[in-house]
Ligand binder design. Structure first.
Ligand code: C2E
Ligand code: CA
Ligand code: CA
Length: 541
């Protein structure tokens, strides 16, 4: 993904403009005139209230409380582009912290004027607002980037500042998140999470009255929240660090932190990282309902695509991996999601039977087209314990007219080790029927050489996390080299998954890997496309 560096927001200028709408556009993205006005009005309302409060705190000589109020007001002002006002709030905060209350009183007076200027500027600019807040040129490609992300459907914003809540709501909606809920504190957030299913993204402010952010994280862990968390806060690094430590120790998924005010660019950059499949899979395990899967099977919506596996040195196609594809209401659903859901709801048997049947028919058609390749299918952990599995596969092979010796069954390292004895029993029976067994996602589990030796594997597939970018990462590279050495000792052929670049390819070739699979060669494609692809390659050879 092409990611633009997020431009830093300009520092607070002493004599900055009363209202900088370009700045506002940066922090809210594309908003309509009415929404921009609403944000600024929200701000001026808060500011007026806070200035009254400031007056009272000055009279009472409460510098600590005053500094706190100004700290918040500063960030609210920045958010709407009230830069001069923000700069004054910062000065007042400093003065209050240093107990220079006389100076603070003067600044407070200046702030009242500055607020008046903002209101005047707003009236004057009302007409030109639509132009100023329309997308700045830098948004063009970030808008495009958002199209390519698999964004969560539903997000919840937890912030006690109404302005921040509204700003984030506009930002998230602008990025295409279907539903954005907002609440003002941790207690309400917990209630919302209980009431509403499918909140996959949570944006929280750490600094909230009542239940603070850290306490909130603890409670979130207690209720087993599995979505992605983003901290949007102006708090200091130490607090952020302890939040991150806590999140890690409680298995919460902290996606990252954004400094207030969060800009569209910064948010997009974070989301592009956290919406990677592994993370999103954890965030929405229940997104696929059993009835959906049953409906999908009934209406024959599941398909199989094929990704080539090629010889690492000659790049000649040797086999294909069959990968499940499903479009529900026209939208693709990620295979890891529906496979996990099918396992959870006891539907992996019927689903796998349908997928294997399609994969084997595809394999037979490939041979008819002149490409007698190996076909690999994925066996999920849940199906591996089905005692009818070996017989089912045999019957399917016969029906499809595909030879057993060209079938490879990919089984993940973790699923094998979860119930090693049962797996060993079934796998031995499968092996006896003549199928080749492949250990998938190798490196992600904890199997030892001794354990591996017990299983009748013929092939080892190195997980793509050890392949991608390994050239630049010595530790990753070392794991890769050790895994390949292990495979050699166990006399297993090896496949490197996820080869995306020439560099990846050179590295795994150099380490002696037998086969490669990855987007550098080809993505998974429908059978007809695959046949065209194979023919083109043949004619080039
Ligand atoms: P897997 O078995 O590890 O499959 C390889 C995954 O890596 C596929 O994702 C494939 O599209 C992706 N991939 C291949 N080359 C590259 C590359 O160069 N870069 C990157 N970033 N990715 C690459 P996919 O199709 O999304 O499938 C995800 C997982 O879902 C599979 O992981 C497998 O565990 C499961 N799955 C897919 N189809 C089936 C199926 O028919 N049955 C079962 N039980 N599981 C399946
Ligand atoms: Ca696989
Ligand atoms: Ca794999």
């Amino acid at each position: 993904m092409v990611r633009k560096e997020a431009l830093p927001l300009a520092p607070l200028a002493d004599a900055g403009p009363a209202l900088d709408l370009g700045y506002l556009a940066r922090v809210v993205g594309r908003v309509e005139t009415g929404q921009a006005r609403e944000l600024i009005d929200l701000f001026t309302g808060t500011a007026r209230h806070d200035l009254l409060l400031c007056q009272r705190q000055l009279d009472e000589g409460d510098g600590v409380a005053l500094a706190l109020v100004m700290h918040k007001l500063k960030s609210s002002a920045r958010m709407v582009g009230a830069l001069r006002f923000a700069s004054l709030a910062e000065k007042l905060e400093d003065a209050a912290k240093g107990s220079r209350l006389d100076a603070a009183r003067l600044i407070c007076g200046d702030m009242k004027h500055a607020l008046g200027d903002i209101e005047t500027a707003l009236d004057r600019l009302a007409d030109s607002l639509s132009q100023a807040v329309s997308p700045a040129p830098t948004f063009a490609d970030t808008a495009h980037a958002a199209d390519n992300l698999s964004l969560p459907q539903r997000a919840l914003v937890v912030d006690d500042d109404p302005l921040a809540r509204r700003q984030l709501e506009l930002l998230l909606t602008g990025l295409g998140i279907g539903e954005v809920l907002t609440v003002e504190d941790g207690a309400n957030a917990l209630m919302e999470l209980e009431r509403t299913v499918g909140i996959d993204l949570l944006l929280i402010d750490l600094n909230m009255p009542g239940m603070d952010g850290i306490e909130f994280l603890r409670r979130l862990a207690d209720v087993g929240y599995r979505g992605c968390l983003l901290v949007v806060s102006g708090v200091e690094a130490r607090l952020l660090q302890s939040a991150a430590d806590l999140a890690r120790s409680k298995q919460l998924h902290l996606g990252g932190t954004l400094k207030k005010p969060a800009t569209r660019e910064a948010l997009l950059a974070l989301l592009s990282v956290v919406s990677q499949p592994a993370v999103a899979a954890r965030a929405e395990p229940d997104a696929v309902l059993p009835d959906d899967i049953l409906d999908g099977i009934r209406h024959d919506e599941f398909e199989v695509h094929f990704q080539p596996k090629v010889d690492a040195s000659t790049l000649r196609p040797v086999g294909v991996e069959a990968l499940a594809r499903w479009r529900r209401d026209g939208k693709p659903v990620r295979p890891d999601l529906f496979i996990v859901a099918a396992e959870q709801h006891g539907l992996i048997g019927p689903l796998s039977e349908m997928l294997v049947t399609k994969a084997l028919h595809g394999g037979a058609r490939l041979a008819e087209a002149g490409f007698p390749l190996f076909v690999a299918v994925n066996l999920s952990a849940g199906w591996l314990t089905d005692i009818h599995l070996p017989e089912f596969i045999l019957t399917s092979l016969q029906t499809a007219g595909f030879p057993a010796k060209r079938l490879i069954l990919e089984i993940t390292e973790t699923s094998v080790m979860a119930d090693a004895n049962t797996a060993l029993d079934i796998m031995t029976r499968l092996r006896l029927k003549g199928f080749k067994l492949s250990i998938d996602d190798f490196g992600t589990g904890y199997s030892s050489m001794e354990q591996l030796q017990r299983f009748p594997f013929g092939e080892l597939k190195l997980d793509r996390s050890f392949v991608q970018g390994a050239a630049e990462k010595p530790a990753t590279r070392a794991i890769l080299a050790a895994s390949l050495e292990l495979a050699l000792k166990l006399k297993l052929s090896t496949v490197a998954e996820g080869v995306e670049t020439e560099q990846d390819l050179d590295l795994v070739r150099g380490l002696g890997c037998d086969l490669v699979q990855g987007w550098l060669i080809a993505k998974a494609m429908p059978l007809d496309e695959l046949i065209v692809w194979l023919r083109e390659r043949d004619s080039q050879a």
